[in-house]
Design a protein around this ligand. Sequence first.
Ligand SMILES: Cc1cc2nc3c(=O)[nH]c(=O)nc-3n(C[C@H](O)[C@H](O)[C@H](O)COP(=O)(O)O)c2cc1C
Length: 412
Amino acid sequence: MKDPLRDFDWSSLYDRYDAMCSRFNPEALHLRAIALRPPSDRDLYYHLADRIRMTHNKLSALSIDLYEAMLYWKLYSNPQALAKVVQPLCDSDIRAIQSGNLKRLFAGLPPHLDRNADAVVALVKQLGHHGVLGMKTATALPARTTFLHFLFPEVVPIFDKMVLKAVGRDEANANHNVGVLCEYLLHAWALADRYTAPLPGRWRETSIRLIDMALWVARGEDTCDKPPVREPVAKSWQRPGLRLPIKGASLSSTIIEERRGRDDSVACVFGVEGETMNREQILEFVNANPLCHLATCEGMQPRVRGMMLYRADGSGLIFHTGRGKALSRQLLANKQVEVCFNSQDTQVRVAGVAEIVEDMDLKQEIVEARPFLKPWVEQHGYDLLVVFRVTQCQAAVWTMATNFEPTQYRRL
Ligand SMILES: Cc1cc2nc3c(=O)[nH]c(=O)nc-3n(C[C@H](O)[C@H](O)[C@H](O)COP(=O)(O)O)c2cc1C
C-alpha cells in the first residue's frame, strides 16, 4: 500500500478536513440523542468518542439513539446510503428490535483490544452476527470498523473507500474485502507510528484517527478524483439535510409538460413577491426534503405526525402508512390534510385531499425502495400497507425574508 503522507502539512489538517465536511447538518433528525447539537463533523466525532467510551466503561448503556448518531456521522456525506441504512429506525417496531440487537452485540464485546490484526478481524466478523442495522451485511466493513473505532480508538482505523483510495487500493469493493482490511490494519498502524509520534501533542484525536483524517484529506484534495462531498450545492434548500433519490420519472419534465398543457396554473408562482418558487421547484424541494409533518382532523381535534414522503410528482404527493394506524382511520373519515416540509431556511406547506391508492405495482415499488417495510409486508401482507396520494394541492412557501407577509396558498 502507498504512503501519501510523506510531505503532509499537519498544521493545516483541521482546516482542510473541515472544508471537506460541507454536508454536515447539525439539525439532522438522526442526531436527536444529542441535546446540544454539535456544530461540525469534528465536534460530533468528539462527542461520540466521549459518550461511546463511557458506555464501554459501563458508565451508561449504548442507546439506539447514540448508535443512530454514529451512523449519521459515518454516512451523512452519502445521503442515499444514509437513507437506506438509517431510515428504517423511524419505525418504532424496528427501532425496538434494533435496540435489543445492539444490547446483545454490546454484551459480547471484549474490554480490550490489542494491535493484533487477527483479533481485530475476528471482532469485525463477530459484529455481523447480531442483525444490527448498518453492520449486518458481509460488506458492512466500513460501518463495523467505525463502530469499533469509537470503542477502541487507539487500535481500529476506519476502513472505507476513501482511505483505501488514498493508499492506492481503489479496485472495486476493496472496502468489502477482509483480506484488504488485514493489510490496511498493518499499514495504518505503521503510518500512525511513523507520523504521529513526533507531532506536538495538541490533538484531541488518537494517532489512528489522525492518520484516518489525513488520508481523507490527501485523497479528497487529489484533483483527479474528488470526493462527492466537495461538489458545490446548487440550491439553498438543498443545503445539508437528508436527500433521497427521486424514484422513477417523478420529476421528469414530461410530467410537468403534460400538466402544463392541461392547467395554466403551472406558470403560477408560490410565496410572496421576491421569494417565489414555481411548481417544479416546489416538487423538487419536497422530494429533496422528504421528512415532513402531516396534519389530519379527528373530529374537531387536529392531529399531526412525522412522515416520510415517498414521492411528489405532477399527480400529487405519495405517502404510505399502516392500516392499523390512527392516521388511516382519520383519512377514511376526513380526507382533508396539510403537509409541512422544511429545510433550514425554507418551509413549504401543501394542503390537499388524501386519496387511498389501490395500486399493487406502486405498493411493490415502495416496498422495493424501502426495504425496512419488507419483513412487515411479508408477515402481514400488502393489504395492511396503505398508500395514499395527496391531490388537489394548494401550496404556500415561507422564508425568513417574507416572515411577516400573509400566507398565500396557490393551486399546485
Ligand atoms: C421522521 C419520521 C418519518 C415517519 N414516516 C412515516 C411514514 O412514512 N409512514 C408512517 O406510517 N409512519 C411514519 N412515521 C411514524 C409515525 O409518525 C407514527 O407512527 C405516528 O405515531 C403515527 O401516529 P397516528 O397513527 O396517531 O397517526 C414517521 C415518523 C418519523 C419521526
